[in-house]
Design a protein around this ligand. Structure first.
Ligand SMILES: [Zn+2]
Length: 162
């Protein structure tokens, strides 16, 4: 499995793996939605029905616990929609939900407004930046290491999610 520092990075990587975008489904032949692209990138193989089953999605969310901000952080949708935004499910319960979590907005922008996966990744990256990433697996006393800063920063955890 390939690791990504942020979900937006995984969406971008996955969008390059399949030429077309899927709507209202995670994947179909040669296409993935924004979230499906991220899962595809993470798994490093084409998606199967098992991956997007309830259990498969639960396993994905749990295994990627540092992406928990997707289901915890609520923001105003960039499209301006209010109230019950369409197209969202809770990855833990698979029930329709109305919260404006980042996860729900990703699904909404993909399915309703048909933003491209790259556009969704750009918007999400802006929200991830606002959340204030800190470096994962990096002890405080080495934070100023020159060697570390020469490497590609790994942005993963957030300071405060709810
Ligand atoms: Zn909208």
């Amino acid at each position: 499995m390939r690791q990504f520092g942020s979900f937006s990075d995984a969406i971008r990587f996955g969008a390059r793996l399949t030429p077309n975008q899927a709507f209202r489904k995670f994947f179909e032949e040669g296409a993935t939605c924004a979230a499906g692209a991220a899962i595809h990138a993470w798994l490093e193989r084409p998606l199967t029905d098992d991956d997007v089953s309830v259990e498969g999605l639960k396993a994905f969310v749990k295994a990627n616990h540092h992406f928990a901000y997707l289901v915890r952080v609520c923001v105003d949708p960039p499209c301006g929609c209010e109230g019950n935004i369409d197209g969202s499910i809770d990855p833990y319960t698979f029930e329709p939900v109305i919260n404006h979590t980042l996860n729900n907005i990703i699904v909404h922008l993909n399915n309703v407004h048909r933003w491209s996966r790259e556009e969704i990744a750009d918007w999400l990256q802006g929200e991830e930046d606002k959340l204030g990433y800190v470096t994962l697996s990096e002890p405080e006393h080495t934070a100023e290491s020159v060697d570390h800063h020469a490497a590609i920063p790994q942005r993963t955890q957030i300071r405060a999610a709810n």
